[in-house]
Design a binder for this molecule. Sequence first.
Ligand code: PHE
Ligand code: ZN
Length: 878
Amino acid sequence: MRTDTTPIVRLEDYRPSDFLIDHLELDVRLHPTQTRVVATLRMRPNPEGRPDAPLVLDGDELNLKAVSLDGRILTGEEFDASPQSLKIAQAPRQPFTLTIETEIDPTANTKLMGLYRSGGNYCTQCEAEGFRRITYFLDRPDILSVYTTRIEAERSEAPVLLGNGNPVESGPVEGTDRHYAVWHDPHPKPSYLFALVGGSLGRVGKTFTTMSGRKVELAVYVEPGKEDRADYALDALERSMRWDERVFGREYDLDVFNIVAVSDFNMGAMENKGLNIFNDKYVLASPETATDQDYANIEAIIAHEYFHNWSGNRVTCRDWFQLCLKEGLTVFRDQEFSSDERSRPVHRIAEVKTLRARQFLEDASPLAHPVRPSQYREINNFYTATVYEKGAEIVRMLKTIIGDDDFRRGMDLYFDRCDGTAATVEDFLAAFTDVTGRDLTQFARWYEQSGTPRVAVKGHYDEAAQTYRLDFTQNTPPTPGQPTKEAMAIPVALGLVSHDGSPLGAACDRVDARGVFLFDEPADSITFTNVPALPVPSLFRGFSAPVKLSLDLPNEELLVLLRHDTDSFNRWQAAQTVAMRLLAALSTGAQKLDEEIDAFSEALCAFMDSDALADPAFAALVLTLPSEADVAQDIGKDVDPDAIHRARTDMRRRIGKASSQRLHGLYEALAVSGSYSPDAESAGRRSLRNACLDLLAAADRSMGETLAVTQFETASNMTDRLASLSVLTTLPGAAREETLSRFGERYRNEPLVLDKWFALQAAIPEDGTLERVTRLMEHPGFSIANPNRVRSLIGSFAMLNQVQFNRTDGAGYRFLASIVLRADALNPQLAARLLTAFSTWRMMEGTRRRHAEEALQSIAQKPNLSRDVGDIVSRTLD
Ligand code: PHE
Ligand code: ZN
């Protein structure tokens, strides 16, 4: 096993900085390989710091040119500089000014952290610790400073110069071909929110008037010529700003708000103050190039980054252990926004699907960690589903427990009290304790304890007494560093449903007016009175807590919920639970399930007759079986992905056969005519129609092929075109290859569309896919240096192709290991993310497990691994 020697950073070791930086003046002269940065730091000792501490500034691969203190150039004896730090042993004990000049090479910066170039433009990424790649600094989120930035560049190379805050002045640099712009951000901020952009960019914009009547200039900057693909993002921004005013009472606080799309970006987007920088995949959209899902993602991410202006920027994090304070809260806020703008139940189901696919998976893996971790080796590896998605679930549970009004009052208090500070999870919870008088100590365990709690429930009906009792137990499995667990405070939104759907007059005094029972003991029972007949319990309505439920109800009773529950989430959940039981049983060798599968198909047919056209988006979700990865997770050990694939293909075929007339009818009825609109209702019709196509093709491959090819040829938008191509990828043969190559040809100059094409092919569950992926790496549109390309081709293979990544001969694992090593030399964050595909390795059956372990060891043994990859590989093997 690899012993990682990089130091561990611990929450318990936090102490305030010994120095403060009140103001920073930056002068950045952009140059492709020799950018000069002059930083003027107005500093003073921190009254809360140690009195005699040396000044130690962070750096990363920096090249120091000069340093002066209060205007005097320091000699070599007065400081100690390396690429990683700048130390001054005898720093003044009263306010002083430090001026530092560094030179950096943005073209050589392939890590995409700090100042780098993307598509010829200059941009920055500073979260979490990228600012130290621009200048020496106290690069920690509790150092809040006012920034003034002067940016200078060759006018022809970078006609647009953007910074944080408001524009102050701009003009030519006399006697040269250069020009400059000065930006001032009056709001003190941590260095991770710094940004600048210089380049040749097209712009779309509009004026927004805030709730107090201030005018704000909104703009989205994209590659010139793609301006028409930025309208949807601009519209989403305006709607987000309006929503935050209406729902959270939060107003924007600068004169401009700029968004810039870049094509090389490690993450989705970044909330830099007044200057959000986006992965262009989450900005650019047109009916010809983007799917309904792309439009929904753009809306959500634009909102997310905008909402950070309050949850993240105005109130920031004291240290990186508090990352969920801004991320969990902001994900919760963007989820609420999307739910309000679209269909709440449909959106909730989508959220839970991702939570289970990503966060439950992580929580059950060697990489499991608390929502607020207590230690890390590399903070970049903690931008995880747990911090983001489970972090959002915690905020949602808090709201469920205290109710909407108190939640809003608590949020107001939090924003008001913590405005302009670097806060902690404790500060967040204190606001809610103060408005409700509730003790949230046990609730706070959600931040500390990792692992997904399991809740088991048994129902007992007493006919004579007309009572129904529910017995609850909970336990949380051990996770790394946490062998034993304590009981969690779990809000259970619940109700009882009668077999024919008629209302029940049942009552229970342990259930509050909002229908919530707070389950906070290892075991507890609640009893409903006035129950005239055996009911079906509907538990965790709306998925009121991120737990795994086991409920021993027969399939027929679960299907009562699909038919009659008033809670849409649980209607969907009922169908999923039945499907999962069948898939897991089939995958692990059960033979005689014909009756059960028929009964399930019949229930789906009845559902289609009654509900499909009334809410197509919801119906599409009900008709979609759990994914192969979901089934693997459910089985949990000795997983055989081939068996799961066969079981799921077989179930799709049988459901498709049993309902083919209805599916056909729906497919015809749902055809949308007229021009494309990405709104939720039209998108819902498309998603149901395409779900029907998938089942039809599973039932009858030649009919499926004909329908899919026709749809491909007549599609008026990317959603339908890609969906037909996706169905074709399940049908090996000439039609598939022919259609794939036409698609690749048609979009050969559209990188974001090629990504979809790469992803589809990488996910083909057939022998030969690994060779196909290897071949596609030679495609002119592919580049190992571009994160979107790598994630589409390699990421899809490793994360979505259960069968081929987990090949019994281990070739899938060896391939990923070799790519991780290649990527690590260029971009460690990207490499580390790819590597997390191995986090399921212990769940696999023995042969695969051995191959996976060997592949992981081959990485672990390499010298000079990045800290990012070293950390993931050692935790995965632990
Ligand atoms: N803070 C960004 C977000 O969630 C994510 C991010 C992290 C982007 C680190 C880049 C680098 O909105
Ligand atoms: Zn965020």
